[in-house]
Design a binder for this molecule. Structure first.
Ligand SMILES: [Zn+2]
Length: 276
């Protein structure tokens, strides 16, 4: 579906969780070349649908697939795209190892690493590449100044807040990424899942405040005698169905890790306390 001149959204594939929209890929069509942002799941039917859409446009050839981050619902289909189009594959060095090992699995390789500051000119559209870590260490964001369009991948969701797991996510980095997005001041944010965000300033402000409130709440709980992630989860998310406990606790752990990095909390095994 064309969203605005030269910008197409391909929301193809299964939902990562029930009720959560399928991953978005975006096709940017310039006068001289096209660039694909993300490639959805590793699934042949999804790939056929993506290729049918791309071919139906008769657009300039696909020169590059930029994989925004390591997750299976964004980089899973990359090898198929490379095999069908020869497009070079690009990602951030900090997500490269996981992408090559788990997503490409020897069928293709990363041809180009970007760390932020690079620019692609495809004729009529410029794509500025930014490093936007937090969701994963090597998460990228792309900005098209001609349209005021920010492709924020999973750093901003069309629904819900971003998932930050402690093994690969970092809340301090995520907070800086949100402030980078505020500095960019986009007109529209195209998220990794769900519909475009048409009031980005308001949405970014909400996300920043949500993080700050959650941080204060965590600190207060640690100060008030709740010392394990389990206890905090029961207090913050009382009544949450058991299937969602793991994810909720992972998010809380990422939050507590930030308090530890900030020097206001400390860990003693799996017990956490405030630093007074
Ligand atoms: Zn993700």
């Amino acid at each position: 579906m064309q969203l605005e001149p030269g910008i197409h959204q391909l929301a193809i594939g299964r939902e990562p969780f029930s009720g959560f929209p399928p991953p978005n890929a975006f096709l940017l069509v310039g006068n001289n070349a096209s660039i694909l942002i993300d490639a959805g799941w590793d699934n042949q039917d999804d790939h056929r649908q993506r290729m049918a859409y791309i071919e139906s446009l008769n657009a300039p050839p696909l020169s590059e697939l930029i994989i925004t981050h390591r997750h299976a619902d964004h980089g899973g289909g990359a090898a198929y795209i490379h095999e069908s189009t020869g497009a070079k594959l690009t990602c951030h060095p900090l997500d490269r190892e996981v992408i090559e090992r788990d997503r490409l699995q020897g069928r293709a390789f990363i041809a180009s690493e970007v760390s932020g500051g690079e620019v692609r000119d495809i004729g009529g559209l410029t794509i500025e590449i930014h490093h936007g870590p937090g969701h994963t260490p090597g998460c990228l964001a792309l900005y098209v100044p001609e349209r005021g369009a920010l492709f924020a991948t999973d750093s901003v969701m069309g629904v819900s807040t971003t998932i930050l797991r402690p093994e690969e996510g970092n809340l301090r980095d995520y907070a800086s990424t949100l402030s980078l997005f505020q500095q960019i001041g986009p007109k529209t944010i195209y998220p990794g899942h769900g519909d475009p965000v048409t009031d980005p300033a308001k949405r970014l402000d909400q996300l920043v405040r949500h993080r700050e409130n959650r941080e204060r709440e965590l600190l207060r709980m640690l100060g008030n005698g709740l010392h394990t992630v389990h206890e905090i989860r029961e207090s913050i998310y009382s009544g949450l169905p058991e299937v969602r406990w793991e994810l909720a606790e992972a998010q809380l752990r990422t939050g507590i890790n930030k308090l530890i990095e900030d020097g206001v909390a400390r860990a003693d095994g799996d017990r956490y306390t405030t630093v007074s």
